[in-house]
Design a protein around this ligand. Structure first.
Ligand SMILES: Cc1cc2nc3c(=O)[nH]c(=O)nc-3n(C[C@H](O)[C@H](O)[C@H](O)COP(=O)(O)O)c2cc1C
Length: 254
């Protein structure tokens, strides 16, 4: 099993790295697993220039020439991906945010269905919920429900109780990630299914040609799976409601 740890911290031996290494140690006790650390600070990943080409037309039309495609290939080859970031001013680090921006098109056209995700954040105590809530949105990329790990690592001495609590959460999350990695592809959770329905429906308006092409032969979902009756019933109702609310701000029909 291959795990790619995408490191949003600029500190190579900092707290976020230490916690991720603990996850590695724990997982290595459970199975044969290989870890690769990709420090965003060391790769050539330029700032998104906001042209929107990747979302509307084709990711190949991104004008930035750098390591993005190489990073994407590494992600595709991994069985599991850890998105690890320190909390900076209540949310993910700038490095992590730019990384996510550069993959904006994956929110429209998910592709990581064979990978499982862990989202990991460290902080001095604040911002962990907002940070993990934000990273949780990456489930849309295809991963499904991620394993969550938040660890309080203040830049001052930690009490024994905190260290014990941290150790327990790291062990628990590592075990959950191990189990997740051995799961078959799952049916989508409600958020993933709603997202599918919403982007498929809006793609028909034709404003985003890449989406139109991508969704035209996808009827029920991105892959063959069983969609529960409750999702089939409630998703269209919620969508109708969302379209109603958005009627003044959404795109005009062609
Ligand atoms: C620029 C900056 C902003 C930070 N913002 C927060 C914050 O909003 N809330 C918090 O609890 N800790 C904050 N911290 C503390 C770090 O999140 C925490 O020490 C983290 O574990 C550092 O991880 P690292 O060693 O991998 O960089 C901040 C640290 C820095 C350097």
């Amino acid at each position: 099993m291959k795990i790619l740890a995408i490191m949003g911290t600029p500190r190579k031996r900092g707290n976020t790295y230490k916690v991720t290494r603990k996850v590695e140690e724990n997982m290595k006790q459970l199975c044969n697993v290989e870890f690769e650390y990709l420090f965003l600070k060391d790769v050539d990943l330029k700032m998104c220039s906001g042209c929107f080409n990747c979302v509307s037309k084709d990711k190949e039309l991104c004008p930035l020439k750098d390591d993005k495609a190489k990073i994407e290939n590494k992600m595709m080859e991994a069985d599991g991906i850890i998105f690890a970031t320190p909390v900076y001013c209540e949310n993910v680090s700038g490095l992590m945010k730019n990384f996510i921006d550069r993959f904006a098109y994956v929110f429209h056209r998910p592709q990581f269905f064979d990978q499982k995700a862990m989202i990991l954040a460290t902080s001095a105590g604040g911002g962990l919920k907002d940070t993990l809530d934000y990273l949780k949105k990456l489930q849309i990329w295809g991963f499904g429900t991620p394993i969550e790990l938040s660890v309080i690592m203040p830049p001052w001495p930690r009490s024994d109780a905190l260290q014990k609590k941290n150790k327990k959460s790291i062990v628990k999350a590592s075990e959950e990630f191990y189990r997740k990695l051995h799961e078959e592809r799952q049916p989508p959770n409600f958020m993933q299914y709603m997202h599918f329905k919403f982007i498929k429906e809006t793609s028909k308006l034709g404003y985003l040609p890449a989406d139109l092409e991508f969704y035209k032969d996808k009827d029920e979902y991105f892959y063959d799976t069983k969609i529960s009756l409750s999702k089939k019933i409630f998703a269209p109702i919620i969508m109708k409601f969302a379209f109603f609310i958005m009627k003044d701000i959404g795109p005009k029909e062609n």
